[in-house]
Write a protein that binds this ligand. Structure first.
Ligand SMILES: Cc1cc2nc3c(=O)[nH]c(=O)nc-3n(C[C@H](O)[C@H](O)[C@H](O)COP(=O)(O)O)c2cc1C
Length: 180
């Protein structure tokens, strides 16, 4: 059985991106999934001086190992001031020191959501435009606008058009996962 690594790129306990990530992982019936919590990977702020003095932080090595073990990766990004949350960016910076292909060219499903109408599209575009250069595998993307209006705990994505767009991207990811 294929194994998915999934996490919300947020350190909030109430994270709507964590909710969307878990919902998405559950839709992939052909795979098991492991949900990471970024709070378990809190490290000092990356700096080249720290790296030179003490090497790569052990939690970054652990995070990279989880990526390597997975057959596919689902991430839903919180948008903070048009960019990544600081919690995610710090992990990303540390892990990027272990190789340019951070996601090990595993099939990726990148999502983002926010309470606002733009659905954190800014951070999703930022992530996609960055990863596509080094990534040699499929990258599916989906942004869910107005989370509180378009998502419910029991029904998932409630808006039909958004659900259909989500399913399309989910199929792209699942197909790549099967072939990986
Ligand atoms: C510091 C900060 C900056 C934010 N900046 C944005 C933003 O640029 N765009 C946006 O849509 N929402 C922004 N928000 C609102 C977040 O989308 C909202 O807090 C959302 O719940 C974050 O996702 P999470 O629940 O998964 O952490 C911001 C929130 C915080 C705390």
């Amino acid at each position: 059985m294929k194994k998915i690594l999934a996490f919300g790129a947020s350190n909030s306990k109430q994270s709507i991106n964590k909710i969307l990530t878990e919902y998405t992982a559950k839709q992939v019936s052909e795979a098991s999934y492991e949900l990471l919590d970024l709070n378990d990977f809190e490290m000092p702020i990356f700096s080249v001086d720290r790296e030179e003095k003490s090497g790569i932080h052990s939690l970054a090595v652990k995070f990279k190992a989880a990526i390597k073990e997975a057959d596919g990766i689902i991430i839903s990004f919180a948008e903070h001031n048009g960019a990544y949350s600081a919690a995610f960016k710090n992990i990303y910076d540390w892990v990027s020191r272990l190789g340019r292909d951070v996601w090990e060219s595993k099939p990726l499903f990148l999502l983002a959501t926010s309470p606002g109408e733009r659905g954190a599209q800014g951070v999703l575009e930022l992530a996609h435009s960055r990863y596509k250069h080094s990534h040699k595998n499929t990258i599916a993307t989906f942004s869910l606008p107005s989370f509180n209006q378009n998502f419910s705990a029991d029904k998932g994505i409630t808006d039909e058009a958004l659900k259909s767009a989500f399913n399309e991207q989910l199929s792209v990811f699942v197909e790549a996962l099967k072939n990986n």
